[in-house]
Design a protein around this ligand. Structure first.
Ligand code: XMP
Length: 323
């Protein structure tokens, strides 16, 4: 099949157009798949979630979703995947909590690119292992979207394009491969997915792993997850929310004071940016009232943290992520 979006394809901008797309895809998927089973790696990101919802509509239980929790997800994310897909939509969902395995393999690894490679590799290994256990699955669905295809033609290899080992002989199904992100979101809403999932801010594949800088430890990762949840809760109360917002915990401690004694703790760094395409970005002005509330809550609620900083640098020269 061609990798070029047909020129006749209308831009999906509203519910009606999304419904037409859904009807057409459901028909096409049923025709192609017949009685066979389809496997999907469901990360909880927008693209794989929309593909999952589309396939559940088309083939129901014959879609087998595998959700691998690498322990580097944000607070509540795996729970939301299970709630929405298994409990509400009745999907066949295999959940694997591999947090301990990932942490173990990442022990002592401080180089960001090495961390990314390890996370990517174990992810594929775990998924391949699950896939091999399922003997009678013919198809693999992927949440490839059009920008992934366009980017793969240039220098940037994309994780959705050609990541799985060749020994897994699946036929691919990529129902949203000609859609842009905004169209995927419109389709997701029309499929009844929660807004918090459809309008989820971008989140790197290696997750919190690249925000817990240097060698990751369990306690620092947990502190990061808690701080990040607080930041998100407070930012989401604002009338205007930035494109991406998160916390970072660098691998360092500084002096604090608690009960009259020296208390060495980690700093939490707040980051919130606005951008169109992530190539350049402007720091988002977090209102002071929100900044103070976030600071107070993090210091009060997150063990091990004794300082809160705000990274208000623009890109360039700073990248959005710290690693
Ligand atoms: P930077 O840090 O390069 O980030 O300014 C630009 C955008 O890309 C996201 N990002 C990633 N996404 N895997 C991903 O899927 C990654 O390894 C990765 N690194 C950065 C980042 O969150 C930002 O939106």
């Amino acid at each position: 099949m061609s990798d070029v979006r047909p020129s006749s394809m209308k831009r999906i901008t509203n519910k009606k157009l999304a419904q037409a797309f859904i009807d057409e895809q459901v028909k096409a998927i049923r025709k192609e798949v017949g009685d066979e089973k389809v496997l999907l790696a469901l990360s909880g990101g927008v693209d794989s979630s929309v593909v999952a919802a589309l396939l559940i509509k088309a083939i129901g239980k014959k879609l087998i979703c595998v959700h691998v929790n690498h322990g580097l997800l944000r607070k509540g994310e795996s729970e939301q995947v299970i709630q929405v897909f298994k409990k509400e939509m009745g999907a066949t969902l295999i959940y694997r909590n591999k947090a301990a395995l990932f942490l173990n393999k990442l022990k002592g690894v401080s180089d960001p690119e090495k961390k990314r490679k390890i996370i990517g590799k174990i992810f594929i290994d775990v998924f391949a292992e699950e896939a091999k256990k399922l003997k009678d699955v013919r198809y693999l669905a992927q949440g490839t979207i059009y920008p992934d295809i366009l980017e793969s033609k240039g220098v940037k290899a994309h994780h959705n394009v050609g990541g799985l080992p060749k020994s897994l002989k699946f036929e691919l199904i990529e129902p949203v491969k000609f859609l842009y992100k905004d169209e995927v979101r419109v389709v997701g809403e029309a499929l009844g997915l929660p807004k918090s999932m459809v309008y989820r801010q971008p989140f790197p594949g290696p997750g919190l792993g690249v925000r817990c800088t240097g060698a990751i430890t369990k306690d620092r990762l947990e502190a990061l997850r808690e701080a990040d949840a607080i930041l998100r809760q407070e930012i989401e109360k604002l009338p205007e929310t930035p494109w991406q917002y998160f916390c970072v915990i660098p691998d360092l401690k500084s002096t604090g004071i608690k009960d009259g004694k020296r208390y060495m703790g980690w700093p939490v760094i707040l980051r919130a940016v606005n951008t169109k395409d992530a190539v350049t970005a402007k720091s988002f002005e977090i209102p002071y009232r929100a900044l103070y509330k976030i600071r107070d809550r993090i210091i009060r609620e997150v063990p091990g943290v004794n300082r809160v900083l705000w990274d208000y640098s623009d890109k360039p020269v700073s990248t959005i992520e710290w690693e």
